[in-house]
Design a protein around this ligand. Structure first.
Ligand SMILES: *Cc1c(COP(=O)(O)O)cnc(C)c1O
Length: 401
């Protein structure tokens, strides 16, 4: 066991620099607080980083997903295919628009939607697939786009965790009809709350800009800079108010100045963990699919992967329960040492709203259930010190015989 003095290592820390914090004062002093010049600058920075033709800033990834489906024309009675293991809002936006969620199981080795299971879920009412690039690893977009094309479906990428994640050289969020990013503090770039929609479709971009801004044909900034600022815009749509503020965007712009360094630092931290845990057969570190680079929004591991795979193969719920118990006890051990861990995320089909509405059992999506019960994310964030990481490594390596 370790002889380190004890430390507290959080699961994530925002790590804003003093300059980034100061950047918020610019809109506060200029007096332009809501969507204005800073939002436009953040959108331009986002487009140049991701290579997307258009970026549209909104209030969260959840609103990005919601606006995307609404702009595409997704509506009551339509079905969307959603991985069973993701943050709940990927599914919620389908409900918000009166649609039906059709869950697909995941591939436990990537935590992402298993493309092999998608086609059998398609019905005449299916309109969209919502692949999630979970924890910063791209879903298999070749297969997903092929299925979508063949069946005339929209692809809305949940790229909430996808900052710095690429698929065959292209940044995630530029591979479907739209990509949706999150700036929640658990994500690599944060604006407190906040989100971004990326798309290469100009017409769709235009309707997304209107939809987030009360359906207005012209933004306030365009009107103020135009020849007749005293005339109000027309409203061709009954839109929403999903505008990002300029305070948030200023914070976003400031972080984008070191976007590449943030991605590089997170990859380095992950590499050090990968190496340090490579001989632990009871802990499976995150895989990187061929042709992908991982953005490491987090560092999701699987606990007792070999036993888990036996439990899955034999549908042994009792064994799964035992692994889960031991995982929880292990998380408690780390908590007592000051190290925060979390289940990687939740299986949405096991949450009571979806379980009850669609009469679902945990075992219906066994890989998602196994991920729910036996995953553990370890602390990883840019700004994590070498001492903090050494502490986590030593405690983890010494924590199980
Ligand atoms: C964080 C997250 C969301 C929600 O993002 P918000 O900006 O908080 O709305 C959605 N999907 C996934 C996969 C996430 O990780």
């Amino acid at each position: 066991m370790t002889t380190h003095p004890s430390m507290k290592v959080p699961i994530a820390r925002t790590g804003l620099t003093e300059d980034e914090i100061q950047s918020v004062l610019v809109p506060l002093r200029s007096g332009w607080l809501v969507q204005g010049p800073k939002v436009r600058e953040f959108e331009q920075a986002w487009s140049s980083f991701t290579g997307a033709d258009h970026s549209i800033a909104v209030t969260s990834c959840t609103s990005a997903l919601h606006m995307s489906l609404a702009a595409l024309g997704f509506g009551p009675g339509d079905e969307a295919i959603v991985p069973a293991f993701t943050w709940i809002s990927t599914a919620n936006v389908v409900e918000h628009l009166g649609g039906r969620v059709v869950f697909a199981d995941i591939d436990l080795s990537t935590f992402n939607i298993d493309p092999a299971g998608i086609e059998s879920l398609i019905t005449p009412r299916t309109k969209a697939i919502l692949p999630v690039h979970l924890f910063g690893l791209s879903a298999d977009m070749h297969v997903i786009n092929e299925i979508a094309q063949k069946n005339n479906l929209w692809v809305v990428e949940d790229a909430a965790c996808g900052f710095g994640s690429t698929f065959h050289g292209r940044h995630v969020g530029t591979l479907g009809n739209t990509g949706c990013f999150s700036f929640h503090p658990r994500k690599a770039i944060t604006t407190g709350e906040g989100g971004m929609i990326t798309t290469n479709d100009s017409l769709l971009a235009e309707s997304l800009r209107r939809l987030r801004d009360h359906g207005a044909a012209m933004s306030d900034l365009q009107r103020h800079l135009g020849p007749k600022p005293y005339l109000l815009a027309d409203h061709p749509d009954a839109g929403y108010n999903q505008r990002m503020t300029d305070l948030q965007a200023a914070l976003g712009v400031a972080q984008m100045h070191r976007a590449d360094a943030i991605v590089a630092e997170r990859r380095q931290l992950a590499e050090r963990y990968d190496l340090a845990f490579s001989e632990l057969n009871w802990l499976q570190t995150p895989k990187v699919s061929l042709g992908c680079s991982h953005g490491y929004q987090s560092y999701p591991c699987l606990f007792e992967p070999e036993l888990l795979s036996t439990a899955l193969k034999t549908s042994d719920q009792a064994l799964l329960g035992q692994i889960k118990e031991r995982r929880n006890a292990w998380m408690e051990t780390l908590q007592q040492k000051g190290i925060s861990t979390r289940p990687a995320t939740h299986a949405v089909h096991m949450l009571s709203f979806y379980r009850d509405k669609y009469h679902l059992n945990p075992e219906q999506f066994p890989a998602a259930q196994a991920a729910n019960d036996c995953s553990v994310s370890l602390p990883l964030f840019h700004g994590m010190s070498s001492e903090e990481q050494t502490y986590v490594i030593d405690i983890v390596r010494g924590s199980k015989a």
